[in-house]
Write a protein that binds this ligand. Structure first.
Ligand SMILES: [Fe+2]
Length: 430
């Protein structure tokens, strides 16, 4: 190959790579058009699973007919169901909309790290699920503010590529926003993923859907996305906790009372007092509205919840706090009370799953605690490698290809001695 040709190829590649460096942020995409669902009225729709206490899983699905039964048959070989569990059901009305029958059935005890085959209500296709491991390593995928646009589809495809065990969603699921059929289309959209791995969610403002005195907030969300609140001693589906493979995960509600006299505050205090850092060295917390946010969007909205609850999480030694709401990505250093603190939590804002409202491009001056921020769609992966180290990465949707744009090793507060230091303060919770 001649020297001139080599020089030409080099210059060509340099120009291409310089274009890649100047990343052009994508425009929002439209809500997807969903074809009419060909399933019969008693066939299960919108199947998703969630963790439901030690060694148990809740299977949720919807049928159009209300006479369909709520049992789940399951086993470890295809078509051979060695166990059956009977569940419960609910439904709701919303102005002229009447939901199908929403079935919730808890199955178990299940073996860890095992593939199970299951069928809902004796009808329709066989599904399969994989239970999470009982020990490290475990991988969580994370995406908030999903919606149901072309970007959502792209994010879901990227999540599907990563070998995750449990999905975490810090609020704003369907963007139904009062149009109830959108809950159904969202359920269909996420079914291929949410029927195979547990999806653990908390609620955002788009789940509220209250109507003056006619409709209480979160009715549709609570009916469709039942989480293990009873299993974790909570009286509300809006805040709960679960444990999986050395990690204690707490889901909080940004839109329910959180001051010192509230039920949520009392439950959080009691839940933190129960955490055994030998059994679960990692403490991860999720809620919708971020406390550490240098984007101009939703600036200060999390301040009052932060004032009430951040001291509790700090005393308990929360390692990682994940939120959504702001349609951009940001990762902080370990912080507490607005400043870097080696015993504080790493805060991650990841409200960029792909919703129809688009991205939040405008930022304030970058504070000292902010390590990385970018207004792009994407998802996160959090791998708890062992009791001392976790690996976090954020994957940007770059022209529909997942591009790992931010990554960090996180050292646990247990291994850095912060949890031992705070032990005497923690006793006050008990
Ligand atoms: Fe939100």
């Amino acid at each position: 190959m001649g020297a001139n040709l080599m020089l030409f190829i080099f210059l060509f590649l340099s120009i291409i790579s310089s274009f890649r460096a100047d990343y052009v942020r994508p425009q929002p995409r439209q809500t997807l058009h969903f074809p009419r669902n060909p399933k019969s009225s008693s066939q299960p729709h919108q199947v998703h699973i969630s963790l439901a206490g030690d060694k148990h899983m809740r299977v949720t699905w919807i049928t159009k007919v209300h006479s369909a039964p709520s049992y789940v048959e399951y086993g470890t070989s295809p078509g051979e169901y060695t166990s059956v569990s009977q569940g419960e059901s609910t439904s709701y009305s919303y102005i002229f909309y009447k939901s199908g029958k929403i079935h919730h059935t808890v199955i178990g005890p299940l073996k860890a790290g095992t593939l199970y085959y299951y069928r809902c209500g004796g009808e329709g296709s066989e599904f399969q699920l994989k239970t999470p491991p009982s020990q490290f390593p475990i991988t969580f995928s994370v995406a908030g503010d999903l919606g149901q646009t072309g970007w959502t589809k792209s994010t879901l495809e990227h999540i599907d590529l990563c070998k995750y065990d449990v999905h975490l969603l810090p609020g704003d699921l369907s963007y139904a926003d009062y149009l109830q059929y959108r809950w159904d289309t969202f359920g269909e959209l996420v079914e291929p993923l949410a029927s195979t791995r547990p999806w653990m969610v908390t609620q955002g403002n788009h789940e509220k859907e209250d109507l003056l005195i006619f409709k209480a907030p979160f009715d549709s969300y609570n009916a469709r996305w039942k989480m293990p609140f009873e299993e974790s001693g909570s009286s509300s589906n809006l805040y709960y906790s679960f444990e999986v493979a050395g990690t204690h995960v707490i889901m909080l509600g940004s839109y329910t009372d959180y001051d010192e006299s509230s039920d949520q505050y009392a439950w959080l205090k009691a839940d933190l007092a129960k955490v055994d850092r030998e059994r679960t060295p990692w403490l991860v917390v999720l809620f919708h509205v971020p406390w550490y946010n240098s984007n101009k969007a939703h600036q200060g909205e999390g301040a009052s919840m932060m004032a009430a609850m951040e001291p509790l999480l700090y005393t308990a030694g929360a390692d990682i706090v994940i939120s959504g709401h702001v349609h951009a990505y940001e990762r902080s250093k370990r912080v507490y009370a607005g400043k870097s603190d080696p015993c504080g939590a790493v805060h991650i804002t990841i409200g960029d799953g792909g919703n129809r409202e688009g991205l939040a491009h405008k930022y304030n001056l970058q504070p000292e605690w902010s390590v990385f921020r970018e207004a792009s769609f994407g998802h996160g992966e959090l791998k708890m490698v062992n009791l001392t180290h976790a690996f976090w990465s954020w994957h940007r949707n770059d022209d529909d290809e997942p591009v790992k744009s931010d990554q960090a090793w996180i050292t646990s507060l247990v291994s850095s001695g912060c949890v031992t230091q705070k032990n005497h303060q923690l006793k006050k919770f008990r």
